[in-house]
Design a protein. Structure first.
Length: 343
C-alpha cells in the first residue's frame, strides 16, 4: 500500500491525536546551508522517515539547504540522530533543543520546498554565503558581551525583539528579515572596524547576515552559535545570570519561551505590562498582537471590538465576509498594531 507523504487530517482531529499520545516529546530545531540537488526527492525521503518517527513540525527545503523546527517523542531522539547522520547533507548537523517542551507545540508534519529556506531578499550570486562570521559558543558570547566597545545586533523582527532581547542590543524596527539587512548595514555604516555580535532565535539568520556584512566590509563579525535557544540552555546549565531578558519568541503554537521574569512590553489593548502573544481570533484579521489575559478574555481572543463582533456571528456569515474581503482585495484596517501603543 502506497504511503501518503502529506497530512490528511483536519485541525481538530490533529489536536486530539497529539493530546491522546502520552509519550514525552522534545522540541528541536536545526538548519544548514548546504547544496541539495533535488529538494523534492529529498523532501519525500525525509517525510517518509520523519513520519515513522512521530515527528511533528515544519521543515523548509531549498537548493540552498534546510531549516527545521519540530517535536519528536523522546524515545525516538537517538533514532533521529542516527538517521540524519546517514544523509551526507545532514551528517553531524547540530540539534538545538528547546528550553520548553510543550506537547502541542506542533500538531502535524509539514515539509515544504521553497526557493529559499529564509526569505532574505539577497542575491547570493553577488557574495559568498559560506564566508560567515566567527561562531561563538553561548559562554563565549556571554563573556564577549562584557567587552568594551562591542556592538550587539538583534537580527529578528520587531515583534520578536519587543518581548525579549539582550541588554543594550540594537533592535531594528522592521517586520521582516528582508527589510532588516539594509537597515542594519545603514545603522552600522560608521562601525566597520568594531566588533559586531549578531544573534537570532536559532542561528540561521545570522549565517546569511554575517556573510553579507563581511561582503560589505565589516571586519569583525561574530555570531551566537545556536542562537537564543542554545544560549538560554547553556546559561541555565551553568547557573549563570542571563544577559538575555524576557521571552524568546518562537514560531510554533507556544509563541514564546520564558527566559527571565522581565516583562519588556505592554498589552496593545490596555497598555498594561504584558508579553503574551496571540493571534486575533477573527480569521479575516488574524493579526499577531501582545495582549494580556484580561483583554483577551473580554474581547473573545480578538484584537478589537470590531473583530469581536465578527467572531460572534455564525460561522457561515464569517466565511462569506472573508470571501468578500478577498474578492475586493481588502484587509481589516481596524486591528491593533504595535504602532498604536507607541511601540
Amino acid at each position: 500500500m502506497k504511503k501518503f507523504l502529506f497530512n490528511r487530517y483536519d485541525k481538530d482531529t490533529l489536536i486530539k491525536k497529539v493530546l491522546a499520545d502520552k509519550r514525552e516529546r522534545r522540541v528541536i530545531s536545526f538548519y544548514r546551508y548546504v547544496k541539495i540537488e533535488d529538494p523534492i526527492d529529498f523532501r519525500n525521503r525525509l517525510y517518509d522517515t520523519f513520519d515513522d518517527l512521530g515527528i511533528l513540525g515544519r521543515i523548509y527545503l531549498a537548493n540552498e539547504g534546510i531549516n527545521a523546527q519540530f517535536s519528536i517523542p523522546v524515545e525516538n531522539y537517538e533514532k533521529l540522530r542516527q538517521f540524519v547522520d546517514t544523509i551526507p547533507e545532514l551528517k553531524g548537523i547540530y540539534f538545538n533543543d528547546a528550553v520548553e517542551d510543550k506537547k502541542e507545540s506542533f500538531i502535524k508534519l509539514a515539509i515544504k520546498v521553497r526557493r529559499k529556506i529564509v526569505a532574505d531578499g539577497l542575491d547570493d550570486s553577488q557574495f559568498d554565503p559560506s564566508d560567515v562570521g566567527t561562531h561563538l559558543s553561548p559562554l563565549e558570547f556571554h563573556q564577549t558581551l562584557e567587552e568594551e566597545g562591542v556592538i550587539v545586533v538583534d537580527l529578528r523582527n520587531n515583534y520578536e525583539s519587543e518581548v525579549g532581547h539582550f541588554e543594550n542590543a540594537i533592535l531594528p524596527d522592521v517586520g521582516t528579515f528582508r527589510e532588516e539587512l539594509p537597515l542594519v548595514e545603514k545603522i552600522l555604516e560608521n562601525d566597520k572596524d568594531k566588533k559586531i555580535l549578531l544573534y537570532c532565535t536559532g542561528g540561521i539568520r545570522c549565517e546569511k547576515a554575517s556573510a553579507y556584512l563581511k561582503y560589505k566590509g565589516f571586519e569583525k563579525v561574530h555570531q551566537l552559535r545556536g542562537g537564543i535557544i542554545n544560549y538560554a540552555k547553556a546559561i541555565s546549565d551553568h547557573g549563570l545570570k542571563s544577559k538575555f531578558k524576557g521571552k524568546n519568541f518562537v514560531f510554533d503554537d507556544r509563541l514564546g519561551e520564558r527566559i527571565t521574569d522581565d516583562v519588556l512590553t505592554v498589552c496593545y489593548t490596555c497598555g498594561k505590562p504584558s508579553d503574551r502573544h496571540s493571534n486575533c481570533a477573527n480569521l479575516g484579521c488574524h493579526v499577531l498582537i501582545v495582549q494580556c489575559e484580561s483583554c483577551s478574555e473580554s474581547l473573545l481572543d480578538c484584537c478589537s471590538h470590531e473583530c469581536k463582533e465578527i467572531v460572534s456571528l455564525p460561522e457561515e456569515t464569517q466565511k462569506k465576509l472573508r470571501q468578500e474581503l478577498r474578492k475586493q482585495h481588502k484587509y481589516p484596517s481596524h486591528h491593533l498594531t504595535r504602532k498604536m501603543v507607541g511601540k
